[in-house]
Write a protein that binds this ligand. Sequence first.
Ligand SMILES: [Zn+2]
Length: 470
Amino acid sequence: MLDITSHANLVEVTITRAIGEEITMSNAVFVLDHAQRPLRPVHPAVARRMLNAKQAAVFRRYPFTIICHAGVSTGAPLPLRLKIDPGSKTTGLALLDGFRLLWAAELQHRGQRLKAALDARRAVRRSRRQRNTRYRQPRFANRTRPAGWLPPSLWSRVCNVMTWVERLTRYCHITALSQELVRFDMQLMQDAVVSGIAYQQGELAGYEVREYLLEKWHRTCAYCGAKNVPIQVEHIIPTARGGSDRVSNLTLACAPCNQKKGAQTAAEFGFPQVQAQAKRPLKDAAAVNATRWALYAQLCATGLPVECGTGGRTKYNRTRLGIPKSHWGDAACVGASTPEALDVAGAQPLGLRARGHGGRQRCRTDAHGFPTRHLARKKRHFGFQTGDIVRATVPRGKYAGTHVGRVTVRARGSFNLSSKDIHVKHVRLLHRADGYDYGFSPSLELGEKPSLSPIQPNVRCSGWSTSRRN
Ligand SMILES: [Zn+2]
């Protein structure tokens, strides 16, 4: 095991895996020239060699970026495509150079926390109206919302993704973007024929139809409700009776029901509700849709070409390439630009978690709302602020040892680092607070205590890929 306490080993800790661990693919290290322009990203081993040879210095820890001294270069910047799979809780990010996955990350949003905070504020304001105080004019119906307004919890998701698009643009040469925009490609499905799809419109069209039907009919037989049995695509009005192959005439049935129904329509078979439901298109979760379109508009505003993919195509690509289900894996599979072969075995995506930039509330109250304690007016104390990632080396006492993590500052100089009181004199800065926490396993739910320190050297992806999709 490497000595992770040594400052000289700062880089080793960030980019090297322990001896004896299975071979994993690390994220590439971003490289800047001396004028902070992006150069060709390099393998961590190359970065380590350059740092040891004093050809470069650490520019930034998250994402790990080095800056070359004047006269040193790693080559012309590589044109990269940033692929995004937006989700309500977690968004996957992947950087591809055509056929290789260079860098991946999973970004945890804080939409739910935002909503809770705004609900709390609203409750306080509402209660004020009920109190026996001077008359206050009602103030609830005197505002308009600008076009394209999104609730703050949704807007924060768009902003989080844009923050990372902009950051990555600073550290590498991104020339194109891909985004999963919709779940299913309705255009592609409209006249898809169930039989002979492979000849007429290619495999993808059939895939979209199947996925769409599975989603719409909840993966069950529409007639008997059977689950986990082989399910067939079934015509509600049989083709023999003039029924079309449009998706609105298709449902799912188990083999016995399909047999029994024969040449009857669903209504004749005793299921008029199936016929009625078939006419209704599947509605996406409206929130996800609004967010995705807002994100699309923002991505287009960057001026880079934006490729849109469907959820059906993402899943098709992921199955075809044999990539395990994960947010970053989905991101790598977004869109038609996905390469024929893509090796992502043992990829180590960086965990990003949105934490905000602190609150403006300077007065904390007790349970009854009486002010009990006050925060200092300034946020920065002794050169640190809450959210900075620091390393503390405490020589003796109750908390003797080395601690790494996100610090909570106090005006009196005794900081809180993972529930330990540590004096500022033992603390040194690793990464300035930038609204995010790093290295956490994205499968952890929001609000849960992290099990890994943000600088944990060997974050393995095995635990991540099991994370459920939002
Ligand atoms: Zn059935």
